[in-house]
Design a protein. Structure first.
Lengths: 258, 258, 258, 258
């Protein structure tokens, strides 16, 4: 009997008095001390153990996305930590709420373009060119390309792509992304870097993470980054200084409407 | 010149046009492809690379805490995912808000008892006995001990403690926890299990994670667990069924006060 | 000199040692004890005091959206409260994260349709018919119409529309919504109710709340609803029972892929 | 049969196909258009309609707590809004997470002192003096007293206390707070202002809001304040400027430990 919507199940975990099972593996006998955290993340998400190459790529992605200084996400976390130090999970949650469409969400947009190129019956180069022209014509931002700070290239992207190519994965997603990058430079008439979220979209595609949950990988990585900032806030508090900077340097002006 | 409260700094990350540095390591050259995610978590949090033994223990802790079925945290995540599928970071954040004092927070309480035992001038056994008697006398819950489901023993704890002992760490925190466990059984007159948060408190102490940020390790691990549940909700939705169960089986009754 | 993007300001509040000003009104002299909470909400959001009719409508909307039983939002709040009772703001935040696109977000979609009808050069009825046909043809959900439980009519909608008509507002948004409702019944060949979010979209339009921030009104109202559920959880705990229901009645099944 | 823990109920709301009931009142017939939002908040929370005096005081409290400029809470909201503009509930949630122990939580601490004074068998003045001496001796912060900015007096407090006295409430909580204030000035040898959270604690006590849920009133009020800041961010974006201020003016320094 198929699982109808009226009788859903969970396939992730069950427990008895003596044991906990995650996807049929015994947590104590088969997972603790046997899998790295990265392998366990893949196992929890995908229902199967990763290969060594998949683990290597997932590690690289998780290391890449953890930290980029005093970002909006970090600022939100530090504001909440200072206001509620007894519940550090709330500070992490506040920062994770900033892992949204503006920055990280471009990963999914880039993954969709990669899928579109890979599925194009007319060939990858032709579709890549069409995508570049379509975005340029409509003055749309091209997800996965460009970086406000890192020029001419986001240093993370070539490293990530090289790692994936060296790891011996199929390489279809990376090839599609490189095809797009070539057409982007041609159509826009200047070099536009593949940024880190673009490279990550290709790498997560290579290791079979579905686009609909790619942002979750960023969320896990960022959660660790934010815990690091909470620890720094415990040792060297900066939140009050941040607040003072904003309070003093962002002036009030009377609303002309009143 | 010392850093006064009026001139705080960050010691975590900086960036230039060409590079990103995390704690003076070049992200691209020194970290991506060189460190596992677990090593990077330790590096981000502690400002130094972990030893192989520390990495092994941190991996074991992160694997242990990720998943325990349809917990309140998972239920919160699934409710929010169903209501707002376009922002999965919000669903993860909602679940993380449940990583609070009731369940995971006992880790910090147990770490404090371990510290108390280790620092006791009268000897560890004497202080362990005093702690057990103090909690029993005041009918206080003993953080890190007991489990509503897993009896007689939480299966995760012996595995975790054994792993740490095999890893060749100093063992001071584990010895203090074992001393407490022995006195607890004696004072209460029955066996009370060291639970997973108790064992984790000892292990994180062994690898020098400060108690004030231990909960953050659980938050990182749980964030990955919650992403797995979001993926399951995408494939096999259960949130509406959970809602219906509660709506149908938790009856309304008129308030006697009205 | 115009405010350039590089020199932003705030127009909401400022403070001195002796006073706090909100949009040039003295909080102590002009607002506390002078404005109701509802009037203050409008003042904070819009930068001007509401008329009596606007206040009456905003009150009706805020009363309407507060409570609808054990919804996903309430379930999330109760799960987090039970896990972290010392930080009730976290429990409210978790529940508010469920005020997303699935349920409340249809308000904005309906507001967009109302705007489209009002701006149509070919006349409101013609555009309303085109909208109904467009949604029916594409089998798209029609935001603001239909309700899974309340049939044939969502009881809140006629009451809200009547209140707004009685309040002496211009009525343009309500007229457009009623025009759409008439065409919907005609095009679909059956009566489909205007639901509460549809009526609220029209009412908030009447009192000049911009669609981009309409969801915020629901958030404020729901926050009060959730505090009520936290209070009930303090007096008559139900979260553990909800958890048990789900744990017992949502079965585990092994993943066929493993 | 009493409600055992194993058969919990909800007393808040129920619904049929035709109607929604909140605490036995018909939402459509009895509440929408009949109660103000403030009256509905009290009804939802307390299970009974407020008196006119109670409504007046609750309005004053809700108006008072809504807005105080670019606070940590507002900064968190603006950071998240800029990163995820499609889900404004997430931005509000992030800001509410900052309604924690550091600032607003002192309300509950002050309410506990008021309760202690009111219940003291030796008389209110004696207990108030003992409390002041106890806090001064232990160098503990005195919840509800002092303000970093507003000196010599928080302007909100005398206004709130006066309003409550004029409203004809019993006045027991206010009398206890005033008794404490008198002893504080005497014991500390200087005037220390009753701050807004102190006055609010007394007012909410007067209208019978239990201390365990007082913070929820602040959460509701702040949620409206935060929606106002989201609207300003839509019209006059400032989040990027805040980010730039912090990124530029909070310097990186190498960790001496590395």
């Amino acid at each position: 009997m198929p699982d109808s919507p009226s009788s859903p199940v969970t396939r992730i975990a069950r427990h008895t008095r003596e044991a906990i099972y995650v996807r049929e593996a015994n947590l104590v006998d088969d997972l603790i001390g046997k899998l790295t955290f990265t392998e366990m993340i893949y196992f929890q998400l995908m229902g199967r153990r990763p290969t060594a190459a998949q683990t290597r790529i997932l590690d690289a992605v998780l290391v890449t996305l953890m930290e980029h200084g005093l970002t909006p996400s970090v600022i939100a976390t530090r504001m909440v930590y200072d206001s509620c130090p007894e519940a550090i999970q709330a500070a992490v949650a506040a920062g994770l709420l900033a892992v949204g469409s503006t920055f990280v969400g471009t990963m999914e947009g880039c993954a969709a373009l990669i899928e579109e190129i890979r599925a194009a019956p007319e060939g990858e180069a032709a579709r890549a060119r069409a995508i570049a022209e379509r975005h340029r014509g409509a003055k749309l931002p091209l997800p996965g390309f460009g970086h406000p700070l890192h020029k001419p290239d986001d240093p993370r992207s070539p490293r990530l792509l090289q790692l994936a190519e060296d790891a011996g994965l199929a390489g279809n997603h990376i090839r599609a992304l490189r095809a797009l990058a070539a057409q982007v430079d041609s159509v826009y008439g200047r070099h536009i870097t593949i940024n880190a979220t673009g490279a990550v979209a290709a790498l997560l595609g290579e290791i079979e993470i579905p686009p609909a949950v790619m942002r979750g990988i960023a969320v896990v990585s960022r959660s660790a980054g934010l815990v690091g900032h909470i620890r720094e806030e415990q040792l060297d508090p900066a939140a009050r200084h941040m607040w003072r900077l904003i309070d003093e340097q962002l002036p009030y002006r009377a609303d002309p409407a009143e």
